[in-house]
Design a protein around this ligand. Structure first.
Ligand code: GRF
Length: 206
């Protein structure tokens, strides 16, 4: 059983999808703690399931590294195997990324390497791309960079707005993130020397 920490900053719909998957029989992971950088609405999903919660407020510590030091302590306390950034709006520095090397993944609402950062759906519409989507990747100290594990594509229609596109992408996020977590928990997805390895045709099933 892999022990997860899920980090969130807002609505928490991806956390909810991870929780839902964890309730299925034979699920290979358990959420040991949910960490947020603010007292956000998404924490309610953890409270509903009696999952421990920690709020690490970056404004009440002298630096980002201090905040990450606290997070590091929580991850150790809960004996975490995998850290999942699910709508976590703080960029992690090399301090924590190096301590948890190859153990942090992120969901980004765009087809990396396109549209890193914020407002991806607005930018996709503005740019006139015909396909958009989401990416799950291992985390390095860059912004939405790091080895790509899986992507889901959605076509962009002329009738789409940033909001309709966001909804379509979110639907894919809710499917792909739990699948990737299961893949990592089972050992079918792993990373060696910055290369993502898939066993048992896992990539074909993502
Ligand atoms: C998602 O689109 C995620 O990809 C992005 O922020 C959004 C968070 O949504 N990083 P939620 O909090 O999981 O509902």
């Amino acid at each position: 059983m892999k022990k997860l920490a899920v980090l969130i900053s807002g609505r928490g719909s991806n956390l909810k999808s991870i929780i839902n998957e964890s309730k299925k029989p034979n699920c290979l992971y358990i959420i040991n703690v949910v960490i947020a950088d603010n007292d956000c609405i998404g924490l309610q999903y953890a409270k509903d399931e009696n999952i421990p919660i920690r709020i690490v407020n970056y404004n009440s510590v002298p630096s980002r590294e201090h905040a990450e030091g606290i997070i590091d302590g929580v991850l150790q306390l809960y004996d975490i195997d995998l850290v999942v950034l699910a709508g976590y709006m703080k960029l992690l520095t090399s301090y924590i990324v190096s301590r948890w090397k190859d153990k942090i993944i992120n969901i980004h609402p765009a087809l990396s390497p396109a549209f890193t950062g914020l407002h991806t759906h607005e930018r996709a519409i503005e740019r006139g791309v015909k396909y958009h989507g989401c990416t799950v990747h291992y985390v390095d100290a860059g912004m939405d960079t790091g080895p790509i594990i899986a992507q889901r594509v959605v076509p962009v229609l002329t009738s789409d707005t940033a909001s309709t596109l966001a909804n379509k992408v979110l639907e894919q996020e809710h499917q792909i993130l739990p699948l990737v977590i299961e893949g990592i928990a089972s050992g079918d997805i792993l990373i060696i020397d910055n290369e993502v390895i898939y066993r048992n045709n896992t990539l074909g099933n993502l």
